[in-house]
Design a protein around this ligand. Structure first.
Ligand code: PLP
Length: 432
């Protein structure tokens, strides 16, 4: 392929992707769509610059405006999360976790966190699984006892285990986060044995900002790490919020520890989304949670085994469905994708014991952050559930369902809960 053709095909593929997402139902729990204002900040000249170090004390010249924007982002983050200190430099949630490990622990120390099948994140994984905690920072990993029925940490067993294991760090949070973790109860136990308490809010930072989940920083948590692009509808980036007494340790762990360039365009875009969340966050995130509960109910009513029916399915943006009576999560994920419904297969906590594995697990995971951002409400969740039922039913052609999904999507093309929406959500912006 000639270079010019390669360039043209890259743009051709990008346009096709945009076109597809205009016509699809985006239900991946870890994703969202940004406002046009966030997209504009992402294309600014900041993306070409370096600014190592703390604003005002940079290693590079040319940071006159970059410094002001970074201070703005930090101030907005502190205001939104009522945090004593914010560091907006980590380039992703994993990098935020690695900085947090670096600040609070030494290699060889023990951490307690969720196991991967209970949807701990790879950044919490053991050395033998190549996880960041074990393989990169050399931590020993012990798992929270998990109540599979309640899909939450078992408080009594966990309190006992903290006293036995004496971890250096107790870490809450995970990638399937249906209900608030018992941070209040267990922080006290952890503090009694001298452990730090951290909370990985990658998935739920937006819900926390909107006051719809739990409030970790007021429940005994020392450090909260975030991705900024899941329920918080910002750029792909990371952020750390913490108590003032840990600010220096966190800052040093981030730079020079784990970032050189910290993606300044993303910092600017983060300032934009934090401002949007201060204005619209409560309304947006309360609708996300209402939609997740409604989607859980609508699927339950159609015969699906949505987890935790007796707890209202979820208190977050996520629901999990056990699909073993319809096949496996991997096959279903692919069929749904052919019908323009985009979600993930998901390992259920008991899958490994029952001989299922990551490629063909027993579950699927659905998130409502992005469809809510497009303006959908409870009524639309019924329609989504009906589309999913038709795909699982297997009697109609997937192409036909895809065409109907696309038609349904036409009324939801604008990003809501933001100041300006001058272009459509998935509009392709040509500047070359
Ligand atoms: C998504 C996720 C992360 C990290 O995400 P990045 O892609 O690095 O931003 C960390 N922890 C949990 C629990 C997650 O779900």
């Amino acid at each position: 392929m000639l270079p010019r053709e390669a360039l043209d095909s890259t743009f051709d593929l990008l346009r096709k992707h945009h076109e597809w997402f205009k016509n699809a139902l985006p239900l991946i729990a870890s994703e969202n769509v940004t406002s046009p204002a966030v997209r504009e900040a992402m294309t600014s000249d900041f993306q070409h610059r370096y600014a190592e170090g703390w604003p005002g004390e940079r290693v590079y010249a040319g940071c006159r405006y970059i410094d002001k924007v970074e201070f703005l982002a930090m101030d907005l983050a502190k205001e939104l999360f009522k945090a004593e200190h914010a560091n907006v430099q980590p380039v992703s949630g994993v990098v935020a976790n690695l900085a947090m490990y670096t600040a609070l622990t030494k290699p060889g120390d023990t951490i307690m966190c969720l196991a991967i099948p209970c949807r701990g994140h790879i950044s919490m994984g053991k050395e033998k699984f190549g996880g960041t905690a074990g393989a990169v920072h050399g931590l020993k990993v012990e798992y929270w006892p998990f109540d599979e029925k309640k899909m939450n940490i078992d408080v009594d067993a966990a309190a006992k285990k903290i006293k036995e294991v004496k971890p250096k760090l107790a870490l809450f949070g995970g990638s399937v986060f249906l209900f608030p973790h018992p941070t209040k109860e267990l922080s006290e136990v952890a503090r009694d044995i001298g452990a730090y308490v951290a909370y990985d809010a990658a998935h739920v930072s937006g819900l926390i900002a909107g006051g719809q989940f739990q409030d970790p920083l007021r429940e005994g948590v020392d450090v909260m790490t975030c991705s900024t692009h899941k329920t918080l509808p910002g750029p792909q980036h990371g952020m750390i919020l913490c108590k003032k007494k840990l600010a220096d340790a966190i800052n040093k762990a981030v730079f020079p520890g784990v970032v050189s360039n910290h993606h300044l365009h993303a910092v600017a875009a983060l300032a934009v989304v934090l401002a949007e969340m201060l204005e619209f966050g409560k309304e947006y995130t309360s609708q996300i949670v209402k939609n997740a509960k409604a989607l859980g109910q609508a699927l339950h009513d159609r015969g699906f085994s949505v987890l935790c029916p007796d707890q209202g399915f979820t208190c977050s943006h996520t629901i999990v469905v056990d699909v073993t009576k319809h096949g496996d999560g991997g096959t279903l994920e692919q069929k749904l994708e052919q019908a323009n419904i985009i979600l993930n297969r998901n390992l259920l906590p008991w899958d490994i014991k029952e001989g299922r594995h990551y490629k063909n697990p027993g579950g699927i995971r659905l998130g409502t952050s992005e469809v809510t951002r497009l303006g959908m409400k409870e009524k639309e969740m019924e329609e989504i559930a009906e589309f999913i039922k038709r795909v699982v039913g297997g009697e109609e052609s997937l192409d036909r369902i895809a065409a109907e999904v696309s038609e349904f999507r036409q009324s939801y093309q604008q990003v809501q809960y933001c100041f300006d929406s001058a272009v459509q959500a998935y509009e392709y912006l040509k500047i070359h």
